[in-house]
Ligand binder design. Sequence first.
Ligand code: NAD
Length: 419
Amino acid sequence: MVNSIYESPIFNIADSQYQRACEWLNLPQDVIERTRLPKRSLVVQVPVRMDDGSVKSFEGYRVQHHLALGPTKGGVRFHPEVTIGETAALAMWMSWKCSLAGLPYGGAKGGVACNPLTMSEGEMERLTRRYTQELIPFIGPSMDIPAPDVGTSEKHMAWMLDTYSIAVGHCTPGVVTGKPVILGGSVGRKEATGRGVAFLVNRAMDLLKIQAEGATAVIQGFGNVGSHAALTLAASGVKIIAVTDHTGGLHNSDGMDVRALQAHVAEYGGVSGFKSGERLTREELFALECDVLIPAALEAQITGENAAKLRCKILAEAANGPTTAAGDDLLRESDIFLLPDILCNAGGVIVSYFEWVQNMQNFSWSEIEVNDRLYRILEKAFQEVLLFGKRNNLWMRDAALAIGINKVIQAKRARGLYP
Ligand code: NAD
């Protein structure tokens, strides 16, 4: 528990993971405290003219966790349950994820508490632009670079780029990543998180000697990350036997036609009503026997209540913070092979980094080059975590966090303390 404005169930998950890793690293208390809470946070009121002529005010946030290694980097979430505590937890996880992958960034996250499902395109655009306007003194290619997260996409990044560029008086593609390719987005960015998840799942299957052809996977969340993970896994022969999202769930033991499901979601906004498969609840999905379980929706889905019921061989945390501390305690004792979130979903920020580098150089890479570099970085991080875990008898999450946190602490030590 933290005695601060960030105190919340989601922040407590990130904090308990941090405390555990720091204890193992044997860090002095003052060092632990210095890196524990975000460096700075901004809370903004975002007034938006709605289509009916009324004005509605939304609360928005941007949290920058640490500034020791470069500008900060992290997504923007539009969801009704966004809070400053959740945003801070997500910023903290971004810090460890970037340092684990060796990227020159601190972690950040932003969000607005709103419900995109009930807003029109025009309302969404006005909300995004006004939120961006409020953030202008705090973001920029050398300061803090937003990207898409739950409820935001390329479209939102285009509006953010446009709003920021108008304010500063020149086109600034490097202010956001995950934007459309026509505006300087990187090829392969949209698919990168899901592709990275699939790459690491394949590496874990190699390790456990599970053949991809005919292996089974179940996925919670079929948005950007879940759908691209599904498509990439299906391309390597894995059967996607169940999917749930905010509209419902489907189970088909023969495997789904993932492309057709993607087209259905694009048309109807969710998996519900898809032609093949029986209905399935969230709890049934988690309890299904399968080779790979991929939570790719929100935090705190695997808990003390359901962790013991999982029947997967690999748990690939595509979402950020999908497992609570009580869930961790049970998983740690199980035989399930964990791909922890800060490793598993790092593909997104890695290709965001490539996008930013391309923007700074005014140069674009081919998709082959992007994917090749992505897989090299993921492979290196995967091996590093495996080896560190083996050498020190640490569970995969603890090993990944210890590496990521230690790099940030080292950077802070090397810079010293001002004044
Ligand atoms: P998205 O908005 O594209 O998709 C979110 C999905 O979660 C949707 O399918 C939605 O229906 C589903 N969902 C929402 N509430 C749900 C519920 N209660 N039960 C079941 N499903 C529910 O978001 P995304 O970009 O795919 O992000 C998914 C997760 O991956 C998040 O945890 C995000 O932080 C993480 N992540 C995203 C990226 C990225 O590049 N987009 C990178 C790293 C991590």
